[in-house]
Design a protein around this ligand. Structure first.
Ligand code: DQA
Length: 139
């Protein structure tokens, strides 16, 4: 079984980016611990700072039923991208929206998500553990 984790813009800087909000662990260490925890799941990872590349990757796996689903942290595109919402609507795989921080307790602009309504559910505010909870929600 495969699960694809997709991270959007600026999430390549995890560990260095605003550690007071996003913590000091890297995505690489998070992925290593997820792969140790779920040895039977093929956990793929993709990160891009480009909206189009994120959409292309969603399309590429979106009809492939060897995947259980997509765990998506769209970063700031969460709040702006109708195009990513449309891509999620277009595919058949379930998508779980995740956020490291509790977006509801941050600036008002982060309270709006254009993707929540087309995702299976939302996990936010548990630090990098949000990715594990996202995987759990697909099992
Ligand atoms: C984020 C929250 C977004 O508002 C922000 O733009 C990010 C990260 C999170 O994981 O908490 O880049 O998605």
């Amino acid at each position: 079984m495969k699960i694809l984790i997709i991270n959007g813009p600026n999430l390549n800087l995890l560990g260095r980016r605003e550690p007071g909000i996003y913590g000091s662990n890297t995505m690489e260490s998070c992925l290593a611990s997820l792969r140790r925890r779920y040895p039977d799941i093929d956990i793929e990872y993709f990160q891009s700072n480009s909206e189009g590349a994120l959409i292309d990757r969603i399309h590429a796996v979106g009809f492939d039923d060897t995947y259980r689903g997509i765990v998506l942290n769209a970063g700031a595109y969460t709040h702006t991208s109708l195009a990513i919402a449309d891509a999620i609507s277009a595919i058949t795989l379930p998508v779980v929206e995740v956020h490291i921080s509790n977006v509801a307790s941050r600036e008002p602009i982060r309270h709006t998500s254009l993707i929540t309504s087309v995702c299976r559910g939302v996990i936010a505010g548990f630090g990098l553990d949000s990715y594990r909870l996202g995987i759990e929600s697909l099992l």
